[in-house]
Design a protein around this ligand. Structure first.
Ligand code: GAR
Length: 200
């Protein structure tokens, strides 16, 4: 059974959507994969409560306790790689994990490290995506699921969803509209990747 490890920093609504979809679509039976653990860099991340309720392993790795980005990423790698099984390296899913990752970390998980970003990449990498889309006068916004490469918020695109920007939209209103779509496209993109990997 292939393990999926999800990294979060906050609410964890994408993580919850993935966990629920994995259950309702029987990823264990269909794809030979299961969500094994949720790791947060913040002890107060709300998503940890849901993960614990679901009986998932949870870990907190506070980045502030490490002297450097490299030291934190090395500890995180050790934590994640405990979920490797012979012939089935772990799939790492970033779900609102608000950390910039070192090239070493990204290379270690090349091809098995996914992220969701709340914009239509390559537009608006980085932070404050919704306000920036509104300020730019965009008529649509959205979210992107992509493979992670060393450059922030870049990498091969696996899925996108588009939503309208409505007159008078606030960043919060737009973020909520985008988030409902994130909850659909992220589990779908992961299932497609699992399916593809199993066929190869
Ligand atoms: C989501 O909108 C996700 O796309 C975004 O953070 C939110 C997390 O929500 N991620 C990033 O901005 C990464 N750069 P969640 O914790 O409820 O899933």
């Amino acid at each position: 059974m292939k393990n999926i490890v999800i990294l979060i920093s906050g609410g964890g609504s994408n993580m919850a959507a993935i966990v629920k979809t994995a259950q309702s679509q029987d990823w264990a039976g269909r794809h030979g994969a299961r969500v094994a653990a949720v790791i947060s860099n913040k002890a107060d991340a709300k998503g940890l409560l849901f993960a614990r309720e679901q009986g998932l392993d949870t870990q907190v790795l506070d980045h502030k306790a490490y002297a450097s980005r490299e030291a934190f990423d090395a500890a995180l790698t050790a934590c994640i790689d405990r979920y490797d099984v012979p012939g089935a390296p772990v799939l790492v899913v970033l779900a609102g994990f608000m950390r910039i990752l070192t090239p070493g970390f990204v290379n270690h998980y090349a091809g098995r490290l996914l992220n969701i970003h709340p914009s239509l990449l390559p537009a608006f990498p980085g932070l404050h995506t919704h306000q920036r889309a509104i300020d730019a006068g965009c008529q649509v916004a959205g979210a992107t699921v992509h493979q992670v490469t060393a450059e922030l918020d870049h990498g091969p695109i696996l899925a996108q969803a588009v939503v309208p920007i409505l007159p008078g939209d606030s960043a919060d209103a737009l973020a909520a509209r985008v988030l409902t779509q994130e909850h659909l496209i992220y589990p779908r993109a992961i299932a497609q990747l699992l399916q593809k990997n199993r066929q190869n």
